[in-house]
Design a protein around this ligand. Structure first.
Ligand SMILES: Nc1ncnc2c1ncn2[C@@H]1O[C@H](COP(=O)(O)OP(=O)(O)OP(=O)(O)O)[C@@H](O)[C@H]1O
Length: 361
């Protein structure tokens, strides 16, 4: 993909009591997560991209293809936009087998224009063994995987996913996430992914868009955006950064795995992944404490040398939020105002961060 590998979406649509007004430039590959409270406009934005909001004015280009330009009177109808749409629940034809359901979607696409083959889609979503089943005999998670394969078979230039895991219980969600990761790793199709779940967002996304009341509150690369202190997400229990680590080595004696990242390393319980593999993890601000010297004799294994970058008041008057730099990797810490004063925390000061726990994603 050349210099046009991006999605430009500028839309305005007004309903009584709600206006969506966005101007976004998103990467033309990878997963862009749309995040925001209920009613913030996430689904409306996806519908605009799909051409399903007739009142929407604006401009949309997807990797060089113009799908809407209201100023020039251009609006490509939905059925001529090469997009796949995955909803909370896949609506499969109940009287057709999984195979026939998939073939039905494929019919529309001339063979020369097919960019994802039948075998590739079914293998990626792990549904080869389900092809002769009828939809009534699939679990919710299996139905979603079939729905995703069907969306892929239309050879979309973009995939729109609207809370594809929301109807599933936590165990089924965990089962499906690896398939979504594979789509991300193996296909070069950009995904706009709507979710309420911070866990899904941080696990899958490369880019995040935070919507609030129909407007873009933030749009940026995942790691940098999660480390911002000027967004409402910083003031929740969930505040914290995302770090991409590489499995460095296993300590068989203590059953630990070391994950390296620019600026340091953390130990986690022994993982199955081989050295060299990437593992994304999350460090919550509440799990980071600070010391002015390298604390010996602590039960905390994970110690990093950090430099203070920014301090802001937290959600309670008793706490502050601190952005730290660990050799190029941002970290957030939430500590008491009292400790912050005792440690003389101020921008530029070098301290030791102790990480109490690491959540692997
Ligand atoms: N056709 C319509 N007519 C009037 N209001 C609408 C229409 N479509 C959407 N809205 C309003 O736009 C607002 C945003 O809705 P939208 O479904 O985009 O939010 P959302 O962020 O996807 O929410 P959720 O997370 O609950 O799905 C809501 O207040 C909704 O009532």
């Amino acid at each position: 993909m050349g210099i046009d590998a991006r999605i430009e979406a500028r839309f305005r649509v007004a309903y009584p009591g709600f206006t969506l007004d966005v101007d976004l430039v998103l990467p033309g590959r990878g997963v862009s997560a749309l995040f925001g409270h209920s009613g913030s406009g996430k689904t409306t934005l996806l519908r605009c991209v799909a051409g399903l909001e007739p009142a929407a004015q604006g401009r949309l280009t997807v990797n060089g293809e113009c799908w809407q330009d209201s100023a020039r009177g251009v609006c490509v109808p939905t059925h001529r936009r090469a997009l796949g749409y995955v909803f909370q629940e896949a609506s499969l034809f109940p009287h057709l087998s999984v195979r026939r359901n998939l073939e039905f979607g494929l019919r529309r696409i001339p063979p020369a224009a097919r960019r994802v083959s039948f075998a590739q889609a079914t293998a990626l979503l792990g549904i080869d063994a389900l092809l002769e089943r009828m939809p009534a005999h699939l679990s919710g998670g299996e139905r979603q995987r079939v729905g995703m394969a069907r969306a892929l078979l239309t050879s979309p230039r973009i995939l729109l996913m609207d809370e594809p895991l929301a109807a599933l219980d936590p165990r089924r969600k965990q089962e499906i996430l690896p398939y979504l990761e594979r789509l991300h790793d193996e296909l070069d199709i950009p995904v706009l992914y709507v979710s309420h779940s911070p866990e899904e967002v941080v696990r899958l996304a490369d880019h995040v868009v935070m919507l609030g009341e129909g407007r873009v509150m933030a749009s940026g690369e995942l790691h940098a955006t999660m480390a911002r202190l000027d967004l409402p997400t910083a003031f929740t229990e969930d505040a914290g950064v995302v770090i991409d680590g590489i499995v460095a080595e296993h300590d068989e004696h203590y059953h630990l795995t070391r994950l390296d990242f620019p600026g340091g390393a953390v130990f986690v319980a022994r993982q199955g992944a081989a050295p060299g593999q990437r593992m994304r993890f999350r460090v919550h601000a509440r799990d980071v404490s600070l010391a002015d010297h390298r604390v010996e004799g602590s039960s905390i294994l994970n110690l990093l040398s950090v430099t203070v970058q920014e301090i802001v008041g937290a959600d309670t008057p008793a706490h502050v939020l601190i952005r730290l730099d660990a050799g190029g990797t941002p970290l957030l810490a939430r500590i008491t105002r009292r400790s912050s004063e005792q440690l003389m925390v101020r921008p530029g000061r070098t301290l030791w961060a102790q990480i109490k726990s690491v959540a692997l994603l």
